[in-house]
Design a protein around this ligand. Structure first.
Ligand SMILES: Cc1ncc(C[n+]2csc(CCOP(=O)(O)OP(=O)(O)O)c2C)c(N)n1
Ligand SMILES: [Mg+2]
Length: 896
């Protein structure tokens, strides 16, 4: 038990220290470790009252957390696993090296998987269960750039051919058989389950997956199980705020279905992660502080005898005081260097290795490369109860690459090996590739019937089958409700003035009552429910709280009190859009990950969606997420008092950049109903891999009944809302709008008629994005089919029979309506109005004047267009400016 011996250095009275340790050991022997912990905690407490800083330390010695005598021993054949691992290392490297010998600079990574092969292989052989008949499956989130290792395993398993390995990063040439650079369910929909390569998104998603699984269990939607989320991340990756930002949720909710494995190779892309410090100690403190079970796997088994002989405590002292930059140098320069610069620092430590050769010193492996140590840590992790576990595994970046990259600063970007490097690699891992074949770095497969492959397959069979494997559709088909379900919002509001936000919340409430879809709805909120008028849901369906409600809420006597419930349906994630989005993704991919299709609605405030968490929005699409994102109280002039950094004038451009996002900006309640219905139909009924984005606003006005025959147009993005009468002398214009600004266009039509005798047709355009998509599709088809009759873009078809210039205005930047310019009927004049520039606070009226999107500016733009077309005398625009009080010298809003 040398680890309990006191460190001599800095200890003024080692004997006294030893006495204390002996008595604690006696307590452990007689009453168990929990009692010993209790006594120590009370003793430490009593020191806090002395005025000295608290003595408690969140970190422990720089040695393995699990002592040798408590290590679970690894079943199976360690020699066999070593040979299999070697083959995977080789093939993973061969894939990258071969790819980079082809023209095209395909890139790829050697060093990351080289450092983490053991971490993955112990999981594959002994722990990770596949989704399938007997088990709901563990979910493994790999480090994205370790993907060659996954492909290498699948190759040995017979899932991929050599030809496919040669299509690594050649997905175009591969025509569906190529292997994607990183985990991408969009590109390999039956293989990868998650998209993780954007640093930080894996960890935060993992936490919310584990959280969401508990939610599904608590709500009785899945049976409780022992399935786990395993998330691999790099030590450099922990710099990302998303990586560590949600740790406290996992600690607070005691998510013992969650295991993080941090591959601590001490390096990131450019160099050391913490050259002057110790990343593992830093992380240990952070995770422990957040309520995690932290297991350090620092040293391989060959260190055990040295530590056992460390009677003076010098070795542990040395381990603690050596910084990561030095550890890296030891691995880069080898045994002789390590003897001199590490062990040589103290006579006691030099003596410990005096009888060892330099080769033996060099072979003192780090813990993350020792399957026995890794197994013991995983074993402890899956058996931990009441807290999530992090395994901090110390590894070597580029392990085995030797001079070509092992522990070298540029290792991350190493993707080529020359023949000498290849030979070294082959020899180190004893790969049976003959000298004469080395130059081509051929793949190595021991044969489908080899003991290695049989071993591999048997172990996977015992764990349910191959991994990764992705389910494309939930097995159970759900019936989407008919449009009539939304009857109350399809018909007009009469005199009552409501907002589209209210209409939407009403729609979600109607869905909540639907027998088939209702239980699948997941309202996700980042502390803005009251903003959207959704507080009624608190009482109605409850807020998910794993421990129920242990207090009497302040508003308990109110009808709509703050009700927390262990089976609550609302996910109130607190003020974290990243957390809300990660929870939404977990729900939106639950059809695949858990075979339970859910329909999440994430309501976020203003521009804190695509702008704030755009990378997660992208990952969601990549993962074929299905659900609704709701940009609540949106628009640059409609959330009038909020000013810059709130008012959203551009999210539709961002949403429109993601092909599987259907983005809408409705004006009327019935439009909301039609879009909602279509989303539920497509995503839940048809199980289509799309997601919907709606912006809804907080301006109250009366909503009309749904006009006949507009459903299709709403969904396509445009329909005729009001047909003007007959015009005279070509005095006709087409006014287009969306959101609340459509109502300004309607008002502009009245001004035009009254003041200038101009007739306007009014078009509601809930989605300029959809109009643009249709336009591009038609344009491309026409280009590729020159001999066939040309097709007409949807918008051009609508406007062909409606003469006059087109004026389009919304509460978003001009680029938003600009999307349709190319698809208008030939020669049609077009004016785009929008809210470009920085937001600011004022009344809606003032803001719409400022951004030049109110009825007067729209009317003036129409008159200007007609004058340019020669329909109106050239003096009319000036008359309009004067009549409507528009100052031609007012500075452009984008400059202010
Ligand atoms: C958000 C984001 N920024 C940058 C990158 C580019 N990148 C890929 S790997 C890497 C270094 C990773 O270092 P570490 O997390 O320590 O992983 P290791 O390869 O050392 O295991 C970087 C910067 C990325 N993938 N995602
Ligand atoms: Mg690293």
């Amino acid at each position: 038990m040398s680890i309990l011996k006191p460190l001599a250095a800095g200890d003024p009275d080692p004997d006294e220290t030893q006495e204390w340790i002996d008595s604690i050991r006696a307590v452990i022997r007689h009453d168990g470790a929990p009692r010993a912990h209790y006594l120590l905690a009370r003793a430490a407490d009593s020191t806090r009252h002395t005025g000295e800083p608290p003595p408690f330390n969140a970190t422990t010695d720089y040695i393995n957390t699990i002592p040798v005598e408590h290590q679970a021993s690894m079943p199976g054949d360690a020699g066999m696993e070593r040979r299999i691992r070697a083959a995977m290392r080789w093939n993973a490297a061969a894939m990258v090296v071969r790819a980079n010998r082809k023209p095209g600079d395909l890139g790829g990574h050697l060093a990351t998987y080289a450092s983490s092969a053991t971490l993955y292989e112990v999981g594959f052989n002994h722990f990770w269960r596949t989704l399938g008949a007997g088990h709901p499956g563990d979910l493994v989130l790999p480090q994205g750039h370790a993907s060659p290792g996954f492909y290498a395993r699948s190759f040995l398993e017979g899932r991929f051919s050599e030809a496919q390995l040669d299509l690594f990063r050649m997905e175009v040439l591969g025509k569906g058989a190529g292997l994607s650079s990183y985990p991408h369910p969009w590109l390999m929909p039956e293989y990868w389950q998650v998209a993780t390569v954007s640093m930080g998104l894996g960890p935060i998603q993992a936490i919310y997956q584990a959280h969401f699984w508990r939610y599904l269990e608590a709500r009785g939607l899945v049976a409780p199980s022992d399935r786990k989320v395993w998330c691999f991340l790099g030590d450099g990756e922990t710099d990302e705020p998303e990586s560590l930002g949600a740790l406290s949720l996992a600690g607070r909710e005691k998510l013992d279905n969650l295991i993080f494995v941090v591959n601590c190779n001490l390096q990131r892309l450019d160099g050391p992660v913490r050259g002057n410090g110790k990343i593992i100690q830093e992380l240990e403190g952070v995770f422990r502080g957040a309520g995690w079970n932290a297991i350090k796997v620092l040293w391989g088994s060959r260190w055990d005898p040295l530590l056992a002989r460390d009677d003076t405590g010098r070795l542990r002292q040395l381990m603690m005081e050596t910084v990561d930059g030095e550890y890296q140098a030891c691995k880069a320069f080898g045994g002789a260097y390590t003897r001199e610069h590490f062990f040589g620092k103290y006579p006691e430590t030099a003596a410990l290795v005096a009888a060892m050769s330099d080769g033996e010193i060099g072979a003192l492996d780090r813990g993350g490369h020792d399957p026995h140590k890794v197994y013991a840590a995983y074993h402890a992790a899956v058996h931990a109860r009441g807290m999530p576990t992090v395994i901090l595994a110390k590894t070597v970046k580029g392990y085995g690459l030797g001079a070509a990259g092992e522990s070298q600063n540029p290792a991350h970007q190493k993707k080529k090996l020359d023949e000498a490097d290849v030979r070294h690699f082959r020899d180190r891992f004893r790969i049976p590739v003959p000298d004469e074949a080395l130059a081509g770095m051929p793949y190595y497969h021991p044969g489908a019937n080899s003991p290695e492959v049989r071993y591999l397959l048997e172990h996977r069979q015992a764990l349910g089958g191959f991994l990764p494997r992705r389910r494309r559709r939930a097995q159970a088909m759900l019936e989407a409700p008919p449009l009539e379900l939304f009857e109350p919002i399809l018909k007009g509001s009469g005199e009552r003035e409501i907002s589209t936000t209210m209409a939407l919340v009403r729609g979600v409430n109607l869905l909540l009552r639907d027998k088939s879809i209702g239980p699948r709805i997941v309202p996700v909120i980042a502390d803005e429910a009251r903003t959207f008028g959704m507080e009624g849901m608190f009482r109605q369906v409850g807020i998910y709280a794993p421990e129920g409600q242990k207090y009497r809420p302040q508003d308990a006597d109110q009808l709509m009190y703050y009700r927390e419930d262990s089976a609550g349906q609302v996910l109130q994630e607190g003020i974290t859009e990243a957390g809300g989005m990660a929870a939404w993704i977990a729900a939106a991919t639950s059809y695949s990950v858990s075979d339970v299709a859910m329909l999440p609605f994430f309501f976020y405030y203003a521009m804190f969606g695509f702008q704030r968490v755009g990378d997660l929005c992208w990952a969601a699409a990549d993962m074929r997420a299905r659900g609704f994102l709701i940009g609540g109280t949106a628009g640059r002039t409609t959330i009038n008092g909020e000013g810059l950094q709130h008012e959203d004038g551009h999210s539709h451009l961002m949403a429109g950049a993601i092909s599987s996002v259907m983005a809408y900006d409705p004006t009327f309640a019935y439009e909301v109903a039609v879009i909602l219905h279509d989303g539920v139909r497509r995503m839940m009924g048809e199980q289509e891999d799309v997601y919907f984005y709606l912006t809804v606003m907080n301006e109250n006005y009366a909503h009309p009944d749904m006009p006949e025959g507009c459903v299709d147009g709403i969904l396509k993005g445009m329909y005729l809302l009001h047909e003007g009468g007959r015009e005279q002398g070509g005095r006709r214009v087409q006014l287009l709008g969306s959101g609340t600004i459509l109502r300004e266009a309607m008002a502009a039509a009245e001004l035009l008629e009254r003041d200038f005798g101009i007739v306007a047709d009014i078009w509601s355009c809930p989605s300029f994005t959809q109009l643009r998509r249709d336009g591009f599709e038609v344009e491309r088809w026409n280009r590729l089919h020159p001999a066939e009759p040309a097709r007409v873009p949807y918008i051009a078809g609508l406007l062909q029979s409606h003469a006059g210039p087109v004026i389009a205005a919304t509460d978003y930047v001009r680029g938003c309506v600009e999307q349709i310019r190319a698809f208008l009927p030939e020669g049609r004049r077009f004016t785009a109005l929008g809210t470009d520039g920085y937001g600011r606070s004022d009344t809606r009226e003032h803001l719409r004047d400022f951004f030049e999107v109110d009825r007067r500016w729209i009317a003036h733009a129409a008159i200007d267009a007609l004058a340019r077309d020669g329909v109106l005398p050239a003096t009319e625009p000036a008359r309009a400016l004067a009549l409507y009080g528009l100052d031609p010298e007012t500075p452009d809003p984008v400059t202010r």
